[in-house]
Design a protein around this ligand. Structure first.
Ligand code: CP
Ligand code: NVA
Length: 309
């Protein structure tokens, strides 16, 4: 059994194995409908319990289809309907029940510490479906999308992030170290990654550079990633924060500094960080990116169950 909490804690060879499995599975079910099972139904009879303390569309749906295609099932718990959130039951007791009733637990949480606490008391795998500090299932799937579109290992590509130093970027930084790709980050000076992340970058041999000039950050890029300036967990003055990001808006002019065949990716939902004419252009691969989450979630689940082929 394996947990899936942060990319930085998962061996690079396991992350690569997940991607290889996802590629094979995606190819093998080209003619199947969404709810038809993968050959072999490897998670037959297994129950994935999901809980979202924050909104979700893609993560929710992709885990639903993922476990179904593998032959299992899922139930989604609403935190406001549990004793846990009202303070009437501990994480420890909740975790014991989850472990007895289910086979894996996917948590989208508003506090990182809850992942650690649940992990301590669960005897089933826990998957981080987004926390304030990371979004590992998203980024692993995005590495899959990049390699699928570019038809090369991500280590041979120049990746750029334009936007806030948030959970998605933290996971992209971890991926850059695990998969050894060049990452240029473009963000305002006062919104650069925090000291802990900077230390992590420094401690690992890395190919990461940070710019407060968006043009320099996108120069030579094969892929430009972005995300909302205001994340779900942000408790900030929206107007003030958005004003710092004005010159980081992704428009055609900025895309012009990247390579000619540069693609645009965004985990969604979007805000005002990208112009409509980039978002809806041929360079934008956001719908393919979103759909690939199903394929990668499946291989993440198999990894967690110790069943990767
Ligand atoms: N990208 C992503 O995680 O989307 P949701 O918040 O809709 O799950
Ligand atoms: N950074 C965003 C990602 C949403 C999928 C957030 O945390 O709100």
């Amino acid at each position: 059994m394996n947990h899936f909490i942060n990319l930085k804690d998962i061996p690079a060879k396991d992350l690569r194995k997940i991607l290889i499995d996802a590629k094979k599975r995606k190819k093998a079910r080209k003619k199947l409908n969404n709810l038809e099972n993968d050959v072999g139904v490897p998670l037959k009879g297994k129950l994935l319990i999901q809980m979202f303390e924050k909104s979700s569309l893609r993560t929710r749906l992709s885990f639903y289809l993922a476990i179904k295609q593998l032959g299992g099932s899922t139930i989604t718990l609403r935190p406001d309907e549990l004793h846990l959130s009202k303070g009437g039951e501990s994480i420890e007791d909740t975790a014991k029940i989850l472990s007895n009733f289910g086979n894996a637990f996917m948590l989208r949480t508003d506090r990182d510490i809850k992942l650690v606490e649940f992990k301590k008391h669960l005897s089933i795998p826990i998957i981080n479906g987004l926390s304030p500090s990371s979004h590992p299932t998203q980024i692993l799937s995005d590495v899959f999308t990049v390699e699928e579109i570019k038809k090369k290992p991500i280590s041979k590509l120049n990746i750029t992030w334009i936007g806030d130093s948030n959970n998605v970027l933290n996971s992209l930084i971890a991926a850059s170290i695990k998969f050894s790709f060049k990452l240029r980050i473009g963000c305002p000076k006062n919104y650069q990654p925090n000291q802990e992340i900077l230390n992590y970058i420094k401690k690992n041999e890395n190919k990461i550079s940070i710019y407060d000039d968006p043009k320099r950050a996108v120069t030579g890029a094969d892929v430009i990633f972005s995300d909302k300036v205001i994340s779900m967990n942000d408790k900030v003055n929206r107007y003030k924060k958005l004003s710092f990001f004005k010159k980081f808006k992704i428009n055609k002019k900025l895309m012009g500094f990247a390579k000619k065949n540069c693609i645009f990716l965004h985990c969604l939902p979007r805000g005002s960080e990208v112009d409509e004419d980039v978002f809806s252009s041929k360079k934008s691969k956001v719908w393919q990116q979103a759909l690939n989450r199903v394929h990668v979630q499946k291989s993440i689940l198999l990894y967690c169950f110790g069943k990767l082929r």
